[in-house]
Design a protein. Structure first.
Length: 303
Protein backbone atom coordinates (compact mmCIF):
# COMPACT_ATOMS: atom_id res chain seq x y z
CA UNK A 1 0.00 0.00 0.00
CA UNK A 2 2.81 2.39 0.90
CA UNK A 3 4.51 1.66 -2.32
CA UNK A 4 1.46 2.62 -4.32
CA UNK A 5 1.12 6.04 -2.65
CA UNK A 6 4.79 6.87 -3.26
CA UNK A 7 4.42 6.21 -6.96
CA UNK A 8 1.34 8.42 -7.11
CA UNK A 9 3.19 11.35 -5.55
CA UNK A 10 6.07 10.88 -7.96
CA UNK A 11 3.79 11.01 -11.02
CA UNK A 12 2.04 14.14 -9.77
CA UNK A 13 5.40 15.93 -9.30
CA UNK A 14 6.43 15.29 -12.89
CA UNK A 15 3.08 16.58 -14.12
CA UNK A 16 3.53 19.81 -12.22
CA UNK A 17 7.05 20.31 -13.66
CA UNK A 18 5.79 19.88 -17.24
CA UNK A 19 2.98 22.33 -16.66
CA UNK A 20 5.35 24.87 -15.20
CA UNK A 21 7.65 24.55 -18.22
CA UNK A 22 4.78 25.05 -20.64
CA UNK A 23 3.62 28.08 -18.71
CA UNK A 24 7.11 29.62 -18.81
CA UNK A 25 7.45 29.03 -22.55
CA UNK A 26 4.06 30.55 -23.23
CA UNK A 27 4.96 33.64 -21.22
CA UNK A 28 8.20 33.98 -23.15
CA UNK A 29 6.36 33.72 -26.46
CA UNK A 30 3.88 36.31 -25.30
CA UNK A 31 6.75 38.77 -24.70
CA UNK A 32 8.24 38.26 -28.27
CA UNK A 33 7.27 40.88 -30.96
CA UNK A 34 4.79 39.67 -33.56
CA UNK A 35 6.30 38.30 -36.79
CA UNK A 36 6.21 40.58 -39.84
CA UNK A 37 3.35 39.89 -42.17
CA UNK A 38 4.12 38.50 -45.60
CA UNK A 39 4.89 41.31 -48.14
CA UNK A 40 5.85 43.97 -45.56
CA UNK A 41 9.16 45.92 -46.14
CA UNK A 42 11.69 44.91 -43.51
CA UNK A 43 12.62 47.70 -41.16
CA UNK A 44 15.89 49.55 -42.12
CA UNK A 45 18.61 50.50 -39.68
CA UNK A 46 18.62 54.19 -38.85
CA UNK A 47 22.21 54.54 -40.15
CA UNK A 48 21.24 53.22 -43.62
CA UNK A 49 18.31 55.63 -43.97
CA UNK A 50 20.49 58.60 -43.06
CA UNK A 51 23.17 57.54 -45.57
CA UNK A 52 20.62 57.29 -48.40
CA UNK A 53 19.14 60.72 -47.60
CA UNK A 54 22.60 62.29 -47.45
CA UNK A 55 23.57 60.73 -50.81
CA UNK A 56 20.34 62.04 -52.38
CA UNK A 57 20.98 65.57 -51.11
CA UNK A 58 24.62 65.40 -52.18
CA UNK A 59 23.64 64.44 -55.71
CA UNK A 60 21.47 67.56 -55.96
CA UNK A 61 24.05 69.99 -54.58
CA UNK A 62 26.88 68.56 -56.67
CA UNK A 63 24.92 69.01 -59.89
CA UNK A 64 24.06 72.62 -59.01
CA UNK A 65 27.79 73.22 -58.43
CA UNK A 66 28.57 71.80 -61.89
CA UNK A 67 30.19 68.63 -60.54
CA UNK A 68 28.29 66.18 -62.70
CA UNK A 69 30.61 63.24 -62.06
CA UNK A 70 30.30 63.55 -58.27
CA UNK A 71 26.53 64.01 -58.59
CA UNK A 72 26.33 60.81 -60.67
CA UNK A 73 28.26 58.84 -58.03
CA UNK A 74 25.95 60.11 -55.27
CA UNK A 75 22.82 59.29 -57.32
CA UNK A 76 24.14 55.76 -57.88
CA UNK A 77 24.77 55.38 -54.14
CA UNK A 78 21.22 56.29 -53.11
CA UNK A 79 19.62 54.13 -55.83
CA UNK A 80 20.58 50.87 -54.07
CA UNK A 81 17.86 48.43 -52.93
CA UNK A 82 18.70 49.02 -49.29
CA UNK A 83 17.33 52.60 -49.45
CA UNK A 84 13.76 53.77 -49.11
CA UNK A 85 11.76 52.96 -52.26
CA UNK A 86 10.79 56.61 -52.76
CA UNK A 87 14.44 57.72 -52.57
CA UNK A 88 15.47 54.87 -54.89
CA UNK A 89 12.98 55.99 -57.53
CA UNK A 90 14.17 59.62 -57.37
CA UNK A 91 17.84 58.64 -57.45
CA UNK A 92 17.35 56.31 -60.43
CA UNK A 93 15.56 59.07 -62.35
CA UNK A 94 18.23 61.61 -61.43
CA UNK A 95 21.01 59.18 -62.40
CA UNK A 96 19.49 58.63 -65.86
CA UNK A 97 19.17 62.39 -66.38
CA UNK A 98 22.80 62.90 -65.42
CA UNK A 99 23.86 60.22 -67.90
CA UNK A 100 22.25 62.28 -70.67
CA UNK A 101 23.61 65.65 -69.50
CA UNK A 102 27.21 64.72 -68.67
CA UNK A 103 29.47 65.75 -71.60
CA UNK A 104 31.98 63.37 -73.15
CA UNK A 105 35.03 63.95 -75.34
CA UNK A 106 36.89 61.64 -77.69
CA UNK A 107 40.63 62.36 -77.81
CA UNK A 108 42.46 62.21 -81.13
CA UNK A 109 46.03 62.94 -82.23
CA UNK A 110 47.40 63.22 -85.77
CA UNK A 111 50.69 63.77 -87.56
CA UNK A 112 51.16 66.98 -89.50
CA UNK A 113 52.40 64.98 -92.48
CA UNK A 114 49.36 62.67 -92.28
CA UNK A 115 48.38 59.68 -90.15
CA UNK A 116 47.08 59.04 -86.62
CA UNK A 117 48.93 58.80 -83.33
CA UNK A 118 47.87 56.60 -80.41
CA UNK A 119 50.88 56.64 -78.09
CA UNK A 120 49.78 59.93 -76.63
CA UNK A 121 49.13 60.70 -72.97
CA UNK A 122 46.42 63.25 -72.16
CA UNK A 123 46.28 65.48 -69.11
CA UNK A 124 43.30 67.60 -68.07
CA UNK A 125 43.69 70.55 -65.69
CA UNK A 126 47.11 69.30 -64.64
CA UNK A 127 46.06 65.69 -63.93
CA UNK A 128 46.61 62.63 -66.20
CA UNK A 129 43.32 61.22 -67.52
CA UNK A 130 44.35 58.96 -70.43
CA UNK A 131 47.63 57.10 -70.73
CA UNK A 132 47.02 56.13 -74.38
CA UNK A 133 44.42 57.26 -76.88
CA UNK A 134 41.93 54.44 -77.47
CA UNK A 135 39.00 56.21 -79.16
CA UNK A 136 36.60 55.74 -76.23
CA UNK A 137 34.56 58.67 -74.87
CA UNK A 138 35.81 60.36 -71.72
CA UNK A 139 33.32 61.80 -69.21
CA UNK A 140 34.02 65.15 -67.60
CA UNK A 141 32.30 68.01 -65.80
CA UNK A 142 30.91 70.81 -67.99
CA UNK A 143 32.93 74.01 -68.24
CA UNK A 144 36.32 75.20 -69.50
CA UNK A 145 39.29 72.84 -69.21
CA UNK A 146 42.99 72.87 -70.14
CA UNK A 147 44.29 69.79 -71.99
CA UNK A 148 47.86 68.71 -72.69
CA UNK A 149 48.64 66.01 -75.31
CA UNK A 150 52.10 64.49 -74.74
CA UNK A 151 53.94 62.33 -77.31
CA UNK A 152 57.27 60.72 -76.39
CA UNK A 153 58.95 61.93 -79.60
CA UNK A 154 56.92 64.85 -80.95
CA UNK A 155 56.59 66.76 -77.70
CA UNK A 156 53.43 68.31 -76.28
CA UNK A 157 50.46 70.28 -77.52
CA UNK A 158 48.27 72.42 -75.27
CA UNK A 159 44.59 72.97 -76.03
CA UNK A 160 41.77 74.84 -74.30
CA UNK A 161 38.27 73.39 -74.62
CA UNK A 162 34.88 74.06 -73.03
CA UNK A 163 32.72 71.00 -72.35
CA UNK A 164 29.01 71.67 -72.87
CA UNK A 165 26.06 69.99 -71.14
CA UNK A 166 24.59 67.21 -73.29
CA UNK A 167 27.53 67.28 -75.74
CA UNK A 168 28.48 63.65 -76.40
CA UNK A 169 31.54 62.18 -78.17
CA UNK A 170 32.86 65.52 -79.40
CA UNK A 171 36.31 65.02 -80.93
CA UNK A 172 39.21 66.94 -79.40
CA UNK A 173 42.17 66.64 -81.77
CA UNK A 174 45.81 67.69 -81.47
CA UNK A 175 48.17 67.84 -84.47
CA UNK A 176 51.88 67.23 -83.92
CA UNK A 177 54.57 68.60 -86.21
CA UNK A 178 56.95 66.32 -88.09
CA UNK A 179 60.19 66.09 -86.04
CA UNK A 180 62.16 65.32 -89.22
CA UNK A 181 60.86 68.29 -91.16
CA UNK A 182 63.53 70.89 -92.09
CA UNK A 183 63.45 74.01 -89.93
CA UNK A 184 61.64 76.94 -91.47
CA UNK A 185 63.80 79.50 -93.18
CA UNK A 186 64.58 82.56 -91.11
CA UNK A 187 62.43 85.48 -92.16
CA UNK A 188 64.24 88.18 -94.09
CA UNK A 189 64.16 91.44 -92.25
CA UNK A 190 62.46 94.08 -94.38
CA UNK A 191 64.71 96.88 -95.54
CA UNK A 192 63.47 100.16 -94.24
CA UNK A 193 63.16 102.62 -97.08
CA UNK A 194 62.92 106.16 -95.93
CA UNK A 195 60.31 107.90 -98.05
CA UNK A 196 61.61 110.88 -99.95
CA UNK A 197 60.22 114.32 -99.41
CA UNK A 198 57.01 115.22 -101.16
CA UNK A 199 57.55 117.36 -104.25
CA UNK A 200 55.92 120.78 -103.83
CA UNK A 201 53.24 121.77 -106.29
CA UNK A 202 55.20 124.87 -107.33
CA UNK A 203 58.10 122.65 -108.35
CA UNK A 204 55.84 120.80 -110.78
CA UNK A 205 54.46 124.11 -112.13
CA UNK A 206 57.84 125.72 -112.68
CA UNK A 207 59.26 122.52 -114.09
CA UNK A 208 56.41 122.35 -116.61
CA UNK A 209 56.95 125.98 -117.59
CA UNK A 210 60.66 125.32 -118.03
CA UNK A 211 60.05 122.31 -120.27
CA UNK A 212 57.55 124.26 -122.40
CA UNK A 213 59.98 127.16 -122.68
CA UNK A 214 62.82 124.92 -123.82
CA UNK A 215 60.54 123.21 -126.30
CA UNK A 216 59.38 126.54 -127.69
CA UNK A 217 63.00 127.69 -127.98
CA UNK A 218 63.93 124.64 -130.00
CA UNK A 219 60.90 125.00 -132.30
CA UNK A 220 61.34 128.72 -133.10
CA UNK A 221 65.11 128.49 -133.27
CA UNK A 222 65.01 125.71 -135.87
CA UNK A 223 62.36 127.55 -137.89
CA UNK A 224 64.26 130.85 -137.76
CA UNK A 225 67.56 129.31 -138.82
CA UNK A 226 65.83 127.46 -141.67
CA UNK A 227 64.19 130.67 -142.98
CA UNK A 228 67.42 132.63 -142.63
CA UNK A 229 69.40 130.10 -144.65
CA UNK A 230 66.68 129.96 -147.30
CA UNK A 231 66.47 133.72 -147.74
CA UNK A 232 70.24 134.09 -147.66
CA UNK A 233 70.62 131.57 -150.45
CA UNK A 234 67.75 132.75 -152.69
CA UNK A 235 67.14 136.47 -152.38
CA UNK A 236 69.90 138.09 -150.38
CA UNK A 237 70.50 141.02 -150.43
CA UNK A 238 67.20 141.89 -152.12
CA UNK A 239 64.80 139.93 -149.92
CA UNK A 240 61.44 141.28 -148.86
CA UNK A 241 61.87 143.30 -145.62
CA UNK A 242 58.68 141.76 -144.21
CA UNK A 243 60.13 138.28 -144.58
CA UNK A 244 63.31 139.40 -142.89
CA UNK A 245 61.32 140.87 -139.98
CA UNK A 246 59.47 137.56 -139.56
CA UNK A 247 62.77 135.77 -139.29
CA UNK A 248 63.94 138.28 -136.65
CA UNK A 249 60.72 137.75 -134.64
CA UNK A 250 61.28 134.01 -134.62
CA UNK A 251 64.79 134.52 -133.31
CA UNK A 252 63.50 136.87 -130.58
CA UNK A 253 60.77 134.41 -129.57
CA UNK A 254 63.30 131.60 -129.42
CA UNK A 255 65.55 133.69 -127.14
CA UNK A 256 62.59 134.53 -124.88
CA UNK A 257 61.51 130.88 -124.80
CA UNK A 258 65.05 129.85 -123.85
CA UNK A 259 65.04 132.33 -121.01
CA UNK A 260 61.66 131.10 -119.79
CA UNK A 261 62.80 127.48 -120.03
CA UNK A 262 65.99 128.09 -118.08
CA UNK A 263 64.19 130.21 -115.52
CA UNK A 264 61.48 127.57 -115.05
CA UNK A 265 63.94 124.72 -114.55
CA UNK A 266 66.10 126.75 -112.16
CA UNK A 267 63.06 127.96 -110.25
CA UNK A 268 61.71 124.44 -109.88
CA UNK A 269 65.03 123.29 -108.42
CA UNK A 270 65.18 126.21 -105.99
CA UNK A 271 61.60 125.69 -104.81
CA UNK A 272 62.28 122.02 -104.21
CA UNK A 273 65.47 122.81 -102.30
CA UNK A 274 63.85 125.52 -100.16
CA UNK A 275 60.57 123.72 -99.49
CA UNK A 276 59.41 123.86 -95.81
CA UNK A 277 59.71 120.05 -95.60
CA UNK A 278 63.48 120.36 -95.67
CA UNK A 279 63.85 123.73 -94.00
CA UNK A 280 61.07 124.00 -91.47
CA UNK A 281 59.43 127.36 -91.31
CA UNK A 282 60.39 128.58 -94.81
CA UNK A 283 57.78 129.73 -97.30
CA UNK A 284 58.85 130.02 -100.94
CA UNK A 285 57.05 131.93 -103.67
CA UNK A 286 58.25 131.96 -107.29
CA UNK A 287 57.25 134.01 -110.33
CA UNK A 288 58.32 134.01 -114.00
CA UNK A 289 57.82 137.13 -116.15
CA UNK A 290 58.71 136.82 -119.87
CA UNK A 291 60.77 139.74 -121.28
CA UNK A 292 61.51 140.80 -124.85
CA UNK A 293 64.98 139.32 -124.75
CA UNK A 294 64.45 136.58 -122.17
CA UNK A 295 62.53 136.18 -118.88
CA UNK A 296 62.65 137.48 -115.33
CA UNK A 297 62.49 134.98 -112.51
CA UNK A 298 61.68 136.03 -108.97
CA UNK A 299 61.94 133.94 -105.77
CA UNK A 300 60.65 135.10 -102.42
CA UNK A 301 61.33 133.15 -99.21
CA UNK A 302 60.02 133.83 -95.71
CA UNK A 303 62.00 132.58 -92.72
Amino acid sequence: MATTLQKGRSISGRTLLVAAALTTAGAARAQEPPAAAAGDQPAQPASTGESCSAAYERSQTEKVAGHYLAATAAALECSQLGCNPAIVRECVRFYEQLQQDTPTLVFSARKAEGGELTEVRVEMDGKPVVEQIDGRPFKLDPGPHEFVFIHPVRGRKELSETARVGDHARVLEATFADPNAPPPAAPVAPVAVKPGPAVPVMTWVLGGVGILGLGSFALFRVSAVSDYNNYNANCSPQCNPADIDAVHRKFMISYASLGVGIAGVVGAGLVFALTPRHHGGKEVQASVVPQRDGAWVGLKAKF
